[in-house]
Design a binder for this molecule. Structure first.
Ligand code: SF4
Length: 204
């Protein structure tokens, strides 16, 4: 075989090239006859118990759910100002992994209804709830959500959100302070942690 490089010609014997290549392969093969040690070998018998965690499927699923609740905000009146404050730096709802307020109900699993619900608005609240995927939870904020609050008896105000949809936790107050809303969020967390998914054969 002839190879031209830099204006010069070099001649090689095919047999010689094959032989040299064979020697390289044989040397590599000879040097790789022992398997590499298992990278998990450091997990000796003593360290193993400290690195194994036993739990249940329910706990793992519930943990992932309550640690990443994504609220859809439904601010209707004065209570919504306190809800916004809860998401700001002083009260910092991000501490609970809940700062991702979604504009779309399809990306949310917690509906925080903050304010006075009129019968005119009620069908649209119900629509937002219906558009949320399962499992989902509802938090009613303020006296208006519990009973209509100071508007109870008004022809136009829904006297309690539970006439329109199922409510998981009520937050009393007019308006409730941000700490009360955070406390209600923790109540929702506790409720989620008690959910039995496997035994029930599927959640909710
Ligand atoms: S509960 Fe009070 S603060 Fe909240 S929306 Fe009703 S009237 Fe406003």
């Amino acid at each position: 075989m002839e190879i031209e490089s830099g204006g010069r010609k070099y001649s090689y014997s095919d047999t010689l090239l094959d032989s040299e290549e064979g020697q390289v392969i044989e040397a590599f093969r000879a040097a790789n006859q022992q398997p590499y040690p298992d990278p998990a070998g450091w997990l000796d018998a003593e360290a193993l118990p400290a690195n194994v965690l036993l739990t249940t499927v329910d706990r793992v699923i519930n943990w992932s759910r309550y640690r990443a609740l994504w609220p859809v905000a439904f601010g209707l009146a004065c209570c919504a100002i306190e809800m916004m404050c809860t998401a700001a730096s002083r009260f910092d709802i991000a501490r609970f992994g809940m700062e991702v307020f979604r504009a779309s109900p399809r990306q949310a699993d917690l509906l925080i209804i903050a304010g006075t619900l009129s019968w005119k608005m009620a069908p649209w609240l119900r629509r937002v709830y219906d558009q949320m995927p399962e499992p989902k939870w509802v938090l009613a904020m303020g006296a208006c959500g519990t009973s209509g609050g100071i508007f109870k008896g008004s022809y136009s105000v829904v006297p309690g959100f539970n006439l329109v949809l199922p409510v998981d936790v009520y937050v009393p107050g007019c308006p409730p302070r941000p700490e009360a809303l955070l406390d209600a969020c923790i109540k929702i967390h506790e409720k989620i942690q008690k959910d039995r998914i496997v035994r029930k054969g599927g959640s909710q």
